[in-house]
Design a protein around this ligand. Sequence first.
Ligand SMILES: NC(=O)C1=CN([C@@H]2O[C@H](COP(=O)(O)OP(=O)(O)OC[C@H]3O[C@@H](n4cnc5c(N)ncnc54)[C@H](O)[C@@H]3O)[C@@H](O)[C@H]2O)C=CC1
Ligand SMILES: O=C(O)[C@@H]1CCC=N1
Length: 271
Amino acid sequence: MNKKIAFVGAGSMAEAIISGIVKSGILKKEQILVTNKSNRERLENIKNKYDVQCILDKETVITEADIVILATKPYDLKESVESIKEFIQPGQLIFSVIAGISTDYITTLFGGNNPVVRAMPNTSATIGYSATAISAGKYAHEVHLNQAEELFETIGTTVIVNEDDMHTVTGISGSGPAYIYYLVEAMEKAATEAGFDKEIAMELITQTVRGAGQMLKETGESAAVLRKKITSPQGTTEAGIETLNKYDFEKIVMKCVKSASNRSEELGKSE
Ligand SMILES: NC(=O)C1=CN([C@@H]2O[C@H](COP(=O)(O)OP(=O)(O)OC[C@H]3O[C@@H](n4cnc5c(N)ncnc54)[C@H](O)[C@@H]3O)[C@@H](O)[C@H]2O)C=CC1
Ligand SMILES: O=C(O)[C@@H]1CCC=N1
């Protein structure tokens, strides 16, 4: 990829994307610029880990970049845009990975007609396994979506969605890894309470989660069919699933996703 990209915000998500891009080798380290509000120590830490260009001076970072990636928390967006707005050039492409915030609002904050593409990746970007949804703002054309796909494909898979669906996407795949980790934490607790060595428990659980994910991806069978194949009549799985049903597991998970997407909408309303 023959572009320079600049991250505004150097937190967990920016780091996950940087890590994935650096591992993919699609960009040279000189093509990745990173800035944040004022935390030099954090920038040094990113520099030491990935050897990318970490620069506090916003003018340098923005004027050098072809693509600016907004990666602050939603409530820091306005201030961060204020600090870079004057250096943004007409036509400079803007990506945002910020939950809840619409491309229209970002366009309004910048005050021009720069193309804005919204993306919702997840932290599995770190190892090239993000599921990233992408949508185009009103000034973004196919060429800009293609550039977003090209970039985000280096850190996992991509899908293009309508911007209205981004709240649901955030509740499903943006936050999704955290639900899986929570399940793993609970399984780990159950194993260690049964007297298991933590390391052995983690090996068993990690490989189980990995195997289930690969089965979904590779066999083409639905989750329901795969689950049935494990559930012998009167068997252990049946007993486990009965307990999940007793406590309304399915409803709880659906409510969990809904709460996350509602929060994404609320974040958007505070625009
Ligand atoms: N963490 C995750 O799993 C995911 C996060 N996101 C989105 O990514 C965004 C960032 O999330 P995290 O990385 O988790 O947050 P974080 O708190 O780890 O990082 C935010 C970064 O923004 C910087 N920042 C704050 N004010 C700034 C300013 N005025 N100018 C420049 N930089 C500023 C902070 O210094 C920090 O480096 C959020 O909007 C979130 O919705 C999207 C998908 C997944
Ligand atoms: O919790 C959050 O708000 C962000 C968005 C998706 C994942 N983390």
